[in-house]
Design a protein around this ligand. Structure first.
Ligand code: ATP
Length: 333
């Protein structure tokens, strides 16, 4: 028998780009749900596709896997066209799809056997790596949510894929289980695995991704590292500290107001609150050092990716995890 997988390895060039998408469009029943999407994932990158429910993320990754046929656009995954070369592409992608499930009675080792192909690696080592080394005989139904998702990661990695696609990996998990799964994905990142991660949870994207692609209503709104997106969409900072007095003096607030880049200075109880851009942090710091004392309660707030992109992505309040500080909210206007 010809070993198709080995054959594939010999024939396929190693592309530098794991994913290239240009002008992808897809409609369902006349309604456009993916509208001219461009997407790049370099080999070794962890890229997050983020956006609210219905943004078109899943449809996009389904087109990448050959599960849906694009209406228009160019799609290349590992140098292959998913529509016409799906059979060659399938063994090279490891995916955990949204709402993945296995029969409750299926044991972990049976799932491993079921999913193993000729390319399969040592499953025991993988199970150990994701903290499931002792769970080989456990049934899927007896596992916790975090364990199940870690098993899906093991299954996604089992056949040594060149690209791993993870769709809503931590949906429905409690905070501790989310952290477990995050740490498993961080291991992939450190190991140089190419990952496309679909999520509507911005803290997850910030924690795990090298680069983020923000989608809304079928279109890409912006792309960049989490730090670049925060700088572009929420480049403000808030510095607060006590002055030792019960109420900061007018001369203090006036002096701070005159510093470069400072936009606004207010008093909140015994603290003075200075708002501006990132440079403001340095100017206030230098001013404090110049006065000869740095207050013990000095605090700096800078927005995270969630704060930066909530408005851009139109994410409804009920999926927001981190409460927004009212002052930062105000500063974003
Ligand atoms: P979610 O986070 O909810 O999965 P998403 O960003 O992944 O959202 P998609 O699942 O790609 O978005 O869905 C985009 C739009 O297409 C949604 O409005 C959805 O209802 C619609 N849609 C998805 N699949 C189909 C289908 N098979 N037939 C008709 N409409 C569909």
């Amino acid at each position: 028998m010809v070993d198709m997988d080995t054959d594939l390895d010999i024939q396929l060039p190693e592309p530098e780009q794991a994913v290239t998408v240009r002008g992808l469009r897809k409609s369902y029943g006349g309604r456009v749900v993916v509208d001219g999407v461009d997407l790049d994932v370099a080999v070794g990158e962890v890229v997050g596709l983020i956006g609210a429910n219905g943004a078109g993320k899943t449809t996009t990754v389904e087109c990448l896997q050959g599960l849906r046929r694009p209406d228009e656009g160019l799609v290349r995954v590992l140098g292959l066209d998913p529509t016409t070369e799906a059979d060659r592409l399938r063994p090279l992608i490891g995916s955990q799809l949204q709402d993945s499930a296995l029969p409750d009675r299926l044991r972990v080792h049976e799932a491993i056997d079921l999913f193993s192909t000729a390319r399969a690696r040592n499953a025991a080592e993988l199970l150990d790596r994701f903290g499931l080394g002792q769970r080989g005989r456990s049934s899927f139904g007896s596992m916790s949510g975090g364990e199940r998702q870690r098993l899906f990661l093991v299954l996604a990695l089992l056949n040594q894929p060149r690209l791993v696609i993870l769709d809503e990996l931590t949906q429905g998990l409690d905070p501790a289980a989310r952290r477990e799964v995050w740490s498993a994905v961080s291991q992939l990142r450190e190991g140089g695995t190419t990952v496309l991660l679909v999520t509507h949870e911005l803290d997850e994207a910030e924690a795990l991704c090298d680069r983020v692609v923000a989608m809304r209503s079928g279109a890409v709104l912006d792309t960049g590292t989490p730090a670049e997106l925060v700088a572009r969409h929420a480049g403000w900072a808030t510095v607060r500290f006590g002055t030792g007095a019960r109420e900061p003096s007018r001369s203090t607030t006036e002096a701070l107001r005159r510093l470069p880049t400072v936009r606004d200075v207010t008093r909140e109880r015994d603290q003075v609150v200075v708002r501006g851009d990132r440079a403001t942090i340095a100017h206030v710091g230098a001013w404090l050092v110049g006065r000869g004392s740095v207050p013990d309660d000095l605090r700096v707030d800078i927005p995270d990716l969630e704060t930066a992109l909530l408005a851009l992505l139109d994410i409804p309040a009920d999926v927001r995890r981190t409460a927004l500080a009212p002052d930062l909210d105000g500063a974003s206007q």
